[in-house]
Design a protein around this ligand. Structure first.
Ligand SMILES: Cc1cc2nc3c(=O)[nH]c(=O)nc-3n(C[C@H](O)[C@H](O)[C@H](O)COP(=O)(O)OP(=O)(O)OC[C@H]3O[C@@H](n4cnc5c(N)ncnc54)[C@H](O)[C@@H]3O)c2cc1C
Length: 242
């Protein structure tokens, strides 16, 4: 697997909009200016310069590698966060400086194991790129499962896209898990690790490879659960959003 060397890029904001009505998740699209093409693997991230103090924030690339004249980022808005404020206020046409591609959280080409993706909140971003790349660009036929946890119904985005992917690709199944759902929620409630325990209690996870992305606590607790469910620990990969 060839991982391209990180480079400095200048890019321009071409579009931005919130994916949820509560304005918690913001999608920002960029066109590359210089260099005008990027080579990356699904799951990698960029380091974005977010203010004049020289502070940087990491954001996973939400788009897929075939879109190489630009890229998309999805940021969870954190109150008074430097990265959040930068992306919230940036105008269409503005220039940004970044270093990319970074990271090794990419789908291994060494095994043909079934693939289990687990994300919480904006941890879906690199996994979204990976799953789209696998199903659409690579026509992957292996079984692919996704467990994605958010707090409430109003934090869910990309639901229609996930449904369309699952309809078009019968080997892909996704489960949404809400930690603070309304009374009407009939699907899994609690933490992703609780639902994984429930869903795979009978079959176990030997023969599966895991890709986990989200906060440190979720990644650590889920790794433990997957190991208990007999997933080979060397096949558990993660990206922690710190
Ligand atoms: C490899 C990597 C990839 C990442 N990819 C993404 C991505 O695709 N999308 C994305 O949204 N984030 C991503 N992150 C996290 C991102 O880099 C920032 O850390 C995060 O968005 C907060 O940045 P900020 O500058 O807005 O807030 P900061 O200025 O860093 O923090 C402001 C305050 O908010 C608190 N805080 C920070 N994060 C949270 C949170 N999630 N919930 C509650 N309080 C918080 C901090 O402790 C601090 O008190 C990634 C992180 C890594 C390491």
């Amino acid at each position: 697997m060839d991982i391209a060397k990180p480079q400095h890029f200048t890019a321009r904001v071409s579009e931005k909009y919130y994916l949820t009505e509560n304005e918690r998740f913001l999608l920002v699209k960029f066109e590359l200016v210089k260099p005008d093409r990027i080579s990356f693997l699904a799951g990698q991230y960029v380091s974005l310069l977010v203010n004049e103090k020289g502070e940087r924030r990491s954001y996973s690339i939400a788009s897929t590698p075939d879109e190489n004249h630009g890229f998309q980022l999805l940021a969870e808005m954190v109150e008074k966060g430097a990265g959040s404020e930068f992306l919230r206020n940036i105008e269409i046409g503005a220039s940004v400086e970044l270093v990319a591609p970074l990271g090794k959280f990419v789908v291994s080409e060494e095994t043909r194991s079934k693939l289990l993706f687990v994300a919480t909140g904006s941890g879906i971003v690199p996994i979204w790129s990976m799953i789209n790349d696998l199903l659409i660009n690579k026509q992957e036929k292996r079984q692919i499962r996704l467990h994605w946890g958010v707090a409430r119904e109003e934090d869910i985005f990309w639901f229609d896209n996930l449904e369309r992917l699952a309809e078009a690709h019968p080997n892909f199944v996704f489960d949404l898990v809400l930690s603070k759902p309304s009374e009407d929620w009939t699907l899994c409630r609690g933490h992703v690790q609780d639902c994984l325990q429930r869903d795979f209690a009978d079959t176990g996870l030997a023969g599966w490879e895991g890709y986990l992305c989200g906060g440190v606590k979720m990644v650590e607790e889920t790794s433990k659960v997957l190991t208990e469910l007999k997933m080979d620990p060397t096949k558990i990969h993660n990206e922690k959003f710190v």
